[in-house]
Design a protein around this ligand. Sequence first.
Ligand SMILES: [Zn+2]
Ligand SMILES: [Zn+2]
Length: 268
Amino acid sequence: MKVSVLGCGGSSGVPALGGPDGHGQWGACDPAEPRNRRSRASIFLRMEDGCGVLVDTGPDLRAQLLAHGISAFENVIYTHTHADHVSGLDELRGINRQIGKAITAYGTAEVLGELQERFAYVFKPHTTPYFFRAVLDAQPILWGEQVNIGGYAFTLFEQNHGYVTSTGLRCGAFAYSTDVVELPEPSVACLRGVHTWMVDCFQKTPHGAHAWLDRVLEWKALIQPQRVILTHMGAEMDWGWMREHLPPGVEAAWDGMSFELPDPPRAG
Ligand SMILES: [Zn+2]
Ligand SMILES: [Zn+2]
């Protein structure tokens, strides 16, 4: 399985719009370091047999798919419905055209229900062979239960994201936890034994909806993954600073990063 980091930025991206000359607010991030330029958080999984799974469809989706050479996949998992994770949904039309059918959208009933309100048209049956809009099939999941996605066993689990919940995912040696500030005990149990864990780390100081560096380090001590990769990073998180100061086994993601892991187990 190849994991591609399409984007690892917070909800505004880095840089955020604005700044003294209108070319962006970089905060503590060095604008000269290309790894500080972060689009909105999303990953893509490609299994050995070609099965593809996208996680979230943020506003930067089109550029992200083009940059990674991703033009076909049949599955998308939605972690939650904040705009930085859903508002590029219409770009899936281009993928529908490539694969010639609907894309299956996995999420909790609550998340899919909200998507059906906000993007009602993409869930309507399509009757022509030409995709004049994105077409999704909603596939509700339950936290903690094994889900068959493209023939592979995923477990999706509950995360506390401040005022809302979000969904984390575990597939074999890999897990992804964006937009999380607290992990319920069953979700910690779901993460045990994971090799590589990508996790929200928005900033260095405490935040009401996102994990911060010390919280991630507490989770690392509890869960003991071999490799922790920080994502959903805001403008406080300078790449050069992190390279110097993060402890062994913890590293910062960057847009364009990819890594290989064994395929998850086949769904039983
Ligand atoms: Zn987010
Ligand atoms: Zn969010």
